[in-house]
Design a protein around this ligand. Structure first.
Ligand code: GLN
Length: 470
């Protein structure tokens, strides 16, 4: 039996071949053995998880257990879980304890999922390497000298290293798909508005999505169908009915698939990544799907548009951290102004400060139209380009990342190179469409390579069914 697969564990729990207590013990043991080095969990709820396991085992015997009984899940440090510390990996949220449950947490707990711990990430989900965290760097289990990707690096590594079955992360510009790719697992960013953002610490509200990491499409489907859907607490969330994704995974359909030419041809894409992607295209063709190359004319504009719009939103969202009611307050303050200034100067890390300043700049009166308005227009054009592609094709595929996991520190002095590594992931957030990263092989150094599959709005059922064939 495979403890790392929820679907497998579920069937064994219900036939009495194992118990939630056994399952929890398995994960706690792995955490004890591996987490000190990997630094992926920043807090483990050992006592709570064990107690929950005992009570769920009783419920299973009585036939009263929820749909996620037996699921052991970890949560990125940006999702509010009542009574538990919440920091967004930042000093500014020092000593903050979550006051309420995010909608996703409510729904997980209502179906008897066991939340095993809180996971490391880049500060305020800003980053692609999980090196910028008050908790320190996270290491990739495939090579512990390398980064796991980011910003949800801790969440990816916890699944990669079998320290939990599934993780929840957040994806504003690739933060679920890129670390999934670097760590050799599956990572889904659903359609914008598919999952309530209530209780998710905001980075760029019109881009932010809660996403799911797992070893396969089946476990993602099982979790997505529980946490997605209408919620009175988030006015942007979709009212559309949530399909039962887990019952729609077996598809023998032959799809029409576009592949991004730039993904195979651009100079910036690593040779091994190109080869692995080309090989997948051939495999899909021989499986009977129709594959055709497409170009994405606005690809070069996606990174600038993303960094203008998200920093603008971040500068506004992060203004709430003012040291008045919660979080870090400087001990050097003399008056109200100095309290704001010193607390924020001490509390935020460099990357976050850079983005707040950049966002404030692009929103300033004299530059608003030159940057913010222009980027909004690009956003619409990118959405139009996706619409045109999905009119003709079921999916658009490309590498998730142009490169595989880089060495810790390797790109720290080159922010542009780090931002450029998001080239294939940010467009999905700009347009709001869903995407998944699936593992398709390894490079010459045995580092995982991921393929990104994008679909039209609310096509998660087809996307997960197709991903399930990998
Ligand atoms: N790497 C991107 C950034 O630094 C994406 C982050 C995210 O998706 N949260 O903004």
């Amino acid at each position: 039996m495979n403890f790392n697969s929820f679907i497998d564990v579920k069937s064994h729990l219900h036939s009495g071949k194992t118990t939630c207590v056994n399952v929890i013990d398995y994960f706690l043991k792995n955490i004890t053995e591996k987490n000190t080095l990997l630094n992926a969990f920043i807090e483990v709820y050992e006592t709570e998880a064990k107690a929950q396991a005992i009570s769920i085992d009783i419920k299973i015997k009585e036939g009263k257990a929820g749909k996620l009984a037996g699921l052991v899940i970890g949560i990125k440090d940006v999702i509010s879980h009542e009574g538990h510390a919440l920091r967004a990996s930042s000093k500014i949220l020092n000593n903050y304890v979550a006051q309420y449950n995010a909608t996703v947490i409510e729904r997980l707990l209502a179906e008897d999922a066991i939340i095993i711990g809180r996971q490391n990430c880049d500060e305020f989900a800003m980053g692609s390497s999980n090196e910028k965290s008050v908790w320190g760097v996270v290491r990739n289990e495939a090579d512990t000298e390398r980064v796991p990707g980011g910003s949800s690096g801790g969440s990816a590594v916890c699944v990669q290293a079998n320290m939990c079955m599934v993780s929840l992360g957040s994806d504003t510009g690739g933060s679920v798909r890129q670390p999934a790719s670097f760590c050799g697992i599956f990572g889904l960013k659903p359609t914008y508005s598919r999952i309530s953002r209530w209780g998710l610490i905001a980075y760029a509200s019109s881009f932010d999505c809660i996403g799911i990491f797992a070893h396969d499409s089946k476990d993602i489907a099982a979790v997505l169908e529980i946490i997605a859907g209408a919620d009175d607490k988030d006015s942007t969330v979709s009212q559309k009915i949530v399909p039962e994704y887990s019952t729609l995974l077996n598809s023998s359909k032959k799809y029409k698939i576009a592949y991004l030419k730039e993904g195979l041809e651009s100079e910036g894409v690593q040779k091994d990544v190109k080869e692995a992607t080309a090989l997948q295209i051939e495999k899909l063709k021989s499986a009977g799907h129709i594959l055709e190359p497409v170009t994405f004319d606005l690809l070069d504009y996606s990174i600038p548009a993303y960094y203008i719009l998200t920093t603008a939103e971040a500068s506004s969202n992060l203004s709430r951290y003012d040291a008045v009611k919660f979080g870090h307050r400087s001990s050097e303050t003399t008056d109200l102004m100095s309290m704001y200034k010193k607390s924020r100067a001490e509390g935020f890390g460099k990357e976050v400060k850079k983005r707040i300043m950049l966002g404030t700049y692009v929103l300033s009166a004299s530059y608003y139209d030159a940057y913010y308005t222009k980027a909004q227009k690009i956003r619409r054009l990118i959405k139009n380009e996706f619409d045109a592609i999905f009119l003709k094709y079921d999916f658009l595929i490309m590498p998730t990342s142009p490169i595989t996991a880089f060495k810790i520190g390797e790109l720290s002095d080159d922010p542009l190179a780090m931002y450029l590594a998001d080239i294939f992931t940010v467009s999905a957030n700009i347009a709001g469409v869903p995407g998944i990263s699936v593992p398709i092989g390894e490079d010459s150094q045995k580092l995982p390579i991921g393929l990104q599959i994008l679909a039209n709005d609310f096509q998660e059922a087809e996307l997960l069914a197709f991903a399930n064939t990998f």
